[in-house]
Design a protein around this ligand. Structure first.
Ligand SMILES: Nc1nc2c(ncn2[C@@H]2O[C@H](COP(=O)(O)OP(=O)(O)OP(=O)(O)O)[C@@H](O)[C@H]2O)c(=O)[nH]1
Length: 547
């Protein structure tokens, strides 16, 4: 049977999801071993459609783009994210009106066709895939960038002529494969010296990733989950331990947010009954913690309905807060799924400068490589030499070829080239980094539109996933950033970064309540293991200081 007709699905175990799947979570991890066996005996249909998170639907994309143009050409509705410290005090402004919300207008040219995506898990039509633990045999020796051999039946990457992105020629005949497969041209130039601005020990301090490059050709849906370093151990032990370790890291990362909240809550409820005054004070505390008005009201309403007029301990308040926060987060805590019937599945990573795009790409590439996928990276942030160098280091580390160009080159041209190279190399996934310059918002919008347009000439559905990195330390600013990039770039999933060490972790809850976009991963540090699938329950407990 033709392997490409076999729908292969794997996920790295999400223990929590197995144990307590959110009510409307659509994609519980399945058993990968079982699926492999199943696939070996009985071919299944190739999964017909990719999963994408809820976002701007085709019908309203034109509308929101128009809106976005307006937003971007008008006085700035948000500021550029601060690069490091948590320095942006802001009030509870998350209930400001959203420009363009609910707009419905005819689709416009720039973005490739994309089906309407449900924003809540319950609306996702696909059945849950089986979970397939990656076994040690799936993990062969690491390979270096440019050295990832083409898989069976793959075409070696030919030399690509420079193709101006404005005039791509989709009907252009495929160039004949070169007799000896050349490496991706720009790939091997991994710097031997650490770049000045991003030293390798900062970005890549945890040793080489062990890729699983000899995995069979995968088609259909792939769920990207937890890291699999410990896959050789008994599954139950591994999952429990991995979960504990991650939860500890998450608790530690969110300790500032949680400490400030807990301190304020116990300040209010020491020897006081629950009355209008205490409820109002609590509401202020929750708003100051960036949780947003909707969640603040949920918590105070829930408390008032069961305990009004009674003594309440701070532990009770925190427990109720954890419950209510989890309710808000559960619908957006979705695993990232990639549809490998598109080769490559293109992930466009967008976001304001410094929000962690490049770092997240590296961490994600590591997860995908560990899961046996071949990955190509494209250094589409052509404005910062350090960003290009940083991506090359991640490429080296994860065994993912990196397509790059000269500083200042056209990012859409680079994206066009990168798609061709990924296709020719048979890569499963192409991840494209982008610049997040907000100094000139019209330029940024034009650049992202052009990248999407150019990719759409290769594959009308590309980019298949548009991920936005959001820096938790920016507090309320993050809400506007999501608004803008969602409209400009058709963002359909979020990665919240830098939850470690900030007192503003609550902003994730406000973003979930307002934008309802899937949150695929959260980052709590700079290392490869500091990115994990987002769990509503873990996050809610960690921020409330419960459990
Ligand atoms: N503490 C912490 N730092 C992070 C996290 N993610 C990224 N960083 C750091 O944030 C800084 C900026 O990350 P980048 O990946 O360069 O961000 P970027 O969006 O690609 O930035 P540009 O290249 O300027 O567009 C780097 O120092 C990263 O190491 C995180 O989850 N926690």
């Amino acid at each position: 049977m033709a392997l490409k007709f076999i729908k292969k699905v794997f996920s790295f175990g999400r223990k929590e999801a197995e144990e307590t799947p959110p009510e409307d979570q659509p994609l519980a991890p399945l058993n990968l071993d079982a699926l492999k066996e199943f696939a070996a005996e009985k071919p299944a249909e190739v999964s017909p459609s990719p999963l994408r998170g809820g976002s701007v639907g085709e019908a309203d994309r034109g509308g929101v783009l128009d809106e976005a143009r307006e937003v971007l050409s008008s006085p700035t509705p948000f500021e550029e994210a601060p690069r490091a410290a948590d320095t942006t005090p802001s009030g509870p402004s998350d209930h400001l009106p959203i420009k363009g919300e609910g707009a419905a207008a005819p689709a416009i040219e720039p973005f490739p066709a994309r089906p309407e995506i449900p924003t809540t898990p319950g609306e996702v039509p696909e059945p849950a895939p089986a979970e397939i633990p990656v076994t040690p045999e799936d993990v062969p020796a690491p390979s270096m960038p440019g050295e990832v051999p083409p898989g069976p039946g793959e075409t070696p990457a030919p030399e690509q002529p420079e193709v101006p992105p404005e005039t791509p020629a989709p009907s252009q005949p495929e160039p004949a494969p070169a007799p000896s497969p050349p490496d991706v041209p720009e790939t091997p130039s991994v710097p031997t010296q650490p770049p000045t601005e991003v030293p390798p020990e900062q970005a890549l301090a945890t040793g080489p990733v062990q890729p699983a490059a000899s995995a069979p050709v995968l088609t259909g849906k792939v769920t990207v989950g937890k890291a699999v370093e410990k896959a050789a151990e008994p599954p139950a032990t591994v999952a429990a331990e991995a979960r504990r370790t991650w939860f500890q890291r998450l608790r530690q990362g969110l300790s500032r947010s949680s400490r400030e909240l807990s301190g304020s809550i116990s300040g209010i409820f020491t020897k006081r009954k629950l009355d209008d005054d205490t409820l109002e004070e609590l509401e202020d505390v929750l708003l100051r913690a960036d949780l947003g008005m909707e969640t603040a009201l949920r918590v105070t309403d829930s408390l008032a309905s069961s305990r009004y007029g009674r003594d309440v301990s701070d532990a009770e308040v925190r427990a109720i807060m954890a419950q209510e926060v989890e309710k808000v987060l559960a619908p957006v805590a979705m695993p990232l799924e990639l549809d490998l019937s598109h080769k490559p599945h293109v992930i466009l990573v967008v976001g304001v400068n410094g929000t962690g795009k490049t770092t997240t790409i590296g961490k994600l590439a590591a997860k995908l490589r560990q899961g046996g996928l071949s990955v190509m990276l494209a250094a589409g942030d052509t404005f910062r030499a350090a960003a290009i160098e940083q991506l090359k280091i991640w490429g080296e580390r994860t065994g993912s070829p990196v397509v790059s160009s000269k500083l200042g080159a056209d990012a859409a041209g680079l994206a066009w080239d990168a798609f061709e190279k990924a296709k020719a190399a048979g890569s499963d996934v192409l991840i494209i980094d982008t610049a997040g310059r907000l100094q000139n918002k019209a330029e940024l919008m034009a650049e992202l539109e052009k990248i999407a347009r150019v990719l759409g000439k290769h594959d009308p559905e590309a980019p298949h996933t548009v991920l936005q990195t959001v820096d938790a330390t920016t507090g309320q600013n993050a809400l506007s950033q999501v608004e803008i990039f969602r409209n400009v770039a058709g963002v359909n999933g979020l990665v919240m970064t830098k939850l470690d060490g900030t007192a503003r972790g609550g902003i994730l809850v406000a973003i979930a309540a307002k934008h309802k976009l899937p949150v695929y991963f959260i980052g709590v540090g700079e290392q490869v293991e500091d990115l994990e699938p987002f769990s509503a329950g873990d996050f809610a407990k960690a921020i409330a200081g419960v459990g």
